[in-house]
Design a protein around this ligand. Structure first.
Ligand code: HEM
Length: 396
């Protein structure tokens, strides 16, 4: 039987940890890495643990096209060259300049549902807010966001993901056939966008990439597709997840919600604690490039290694009473944004969006009550995220 609920996933991870913080799972045909220091070691060593799992994927043109500039799946030196092209746009200082726009968009989205008394936290705020912000940065029409949502839903649905899914081959032919039309639509959409920016550059990141040089060469249009696609998708779904997870968690912890209303200065730490306990990307895959050891186990070259962020974030050696939601937890060295050279480039933006949105929600509404019976969550083996979160609110 496969388990697909969040409590089942955490129980499964606890059982797996008892087998060993690093061990080989026969059904998944992969090494599971479940401890905080061990996950840190894997993510911190791209020489031994590669992010390029391309040859474990079926050969498919649309998939390959999308992967070319998608630097989260590339190793150094190309990864570092491509990441450098955009890293300056995402530093905490530059991102802080977006605060007024984020506040305006949040306010406008909440105005639209102001009279309703109830709305869907995901459809009406947590989805549109980050997608509008990242689309504006990339110079892509935010009005097309229903299309982006369809792509993200298709790519992150994966109902088959679970404890029985073999990871030795990352995706089977059927799975690729299912997502191929979405990938094609996405590639064609982004290619049109890149060509338009090449013809008439604007003041956005895509225009910057069209003219940027990497290793003395211009990026070609196809390389920019994966680059922009990565930023567009990574730039919103996880933040959507985090806003949804924060509202859902506070609904279950009214005492914490009351403390945050009284002192919004506590919000950044509370959001970090939600990020720790509700890790949007629960696991990251790597591949051993050489015979190596991790956590005292010998991993042969070529094997898939799964770094379980969601398990590392509950490692009792690092976090006291790890399952407890503690908005004052300090230090809180969670691994939700990864570690090492692929550490999330958008972390400052995600944190800012979450803080501003939560501040406004708590200021506008005296109570926010989740209709838990009507809430819908993704398969947590793929992503810890609500996709529907109806709430009833009373104005402050
Ligand atoms: C990388 C999580 C928001 C863009 C990553 C990684 C994680 C992550 C775990 C590392 C992947 C790996 O090592 O294989 C999250 C979470 C977010 C979030 C939990 C929200 C709460 C964002 C945002 C952006 C973004 C807002 C938009 C700019 C990226 C990019 C990478 C990345 C481009 C690849 C970095 C690289 O390979 O060097 N993210 N992310 N993320 N994230 Fe985020």
């Amino acid at each position: 039987m496969t388990t697909r609920t969040l409590p089942d996933l955490f129980t499964w991870l606890e059982d797996a940890r008892r087998t060993g913080v690093v061990h080989y799972d026969e059904r998944q045909r992969a090494w599971l890495v479940l401890g905080h220091p061990e996950v840190t070691a894997v993510l911190g060593d791209p020489q031994r643990f590669s992010s390029d799992l391309g040859d474990l994927l079926p050969r498919q043109d649309d998939l390959e096209l999308f992967r070319r500039g998608n630097f989260v799946q590339l190793d150094p030196p190309r990864h570092d060259t491509l990441r450098r092209l955009v890293s300056r746009a995402f530093t905490p200082r530059v991102v802080a300049g977006l605060a007024p726009r984020i506040t305006t968009v949040t306010g406008e989205l909440l105005d639209e549902v102001a009279d309703a008394g109830r709305f869907d936290l995901i459809d009406d705020l947590a989805y549109p807010l980050p997608v509008i912000v990242i689309a504006e940065l990339l110079g892509i029409p935010a009005a097309d966001r229903t299309v982006f949502r369809r792509w993200a839903d298709a790519l992150f649905e994966r109902p088959q993901a679970g404890p029985d899914e073999p990871l030795a081959r990352m995706m089977d032919d059927d799975a690729v056939r299912t997502i191929a039309p979405v990938l094609r639509e996405m590639n064609e959409y982004l290619l049109r966008h890149v060509r338009a920016r090449r013809a008439a550059p604007g003041d956005d990141l895509t225009s910057g990439l069209v003219h940027a040089e990497a290793d003395g060469e211009r990026l070609d249009d196809e390389e920019i597709i994966g680059f922009v696609g990565l930023l567009l998708l990574a730039g919103h779904i996880t933040t959507t997840a985090t806003l949804g997870n924060t509202v859902a968690t506070l609904d279950r912890h009214p005492d914490a919600a009351a403390r945050l209303r009284a002192d919004p200065g506590l919000l950044p730490d509370a959001i970090e604690e939600v990020l720790r306990l509700r890790t949007p990307f629960p696991r990251l895959a790597r591949r051993a490039t050489t015979d190596t050891t991790v956590g005292g186990m010998t991993v042969p070259a070529g094997d898939v290694v799964v770094a379980w962020l969601a398990a590392a974030n509950r490692d009792p050696r690092v976090f006291a009473d790890p399952a407890r939601f503690d908005i004052g937890r300090s230090p809180n060295p969670h691994l939700t944004f990864g570690h090492g050279i692929h550490f999330c480039i958008g972390a400052p933006l995600a944190r800012l969006e979450a803080r501003i949105a939560m501040e406004l929600l708590l200021r506008r509404y005296r109570t926010i009550t989740v209709d838990t019976g009507a809430a819908v969550f993704r398969n947590p083996w793929v992503m810890l995220a609500p996709t529907k979160l109806p709430v009833a609110v009373t104005p402050a």
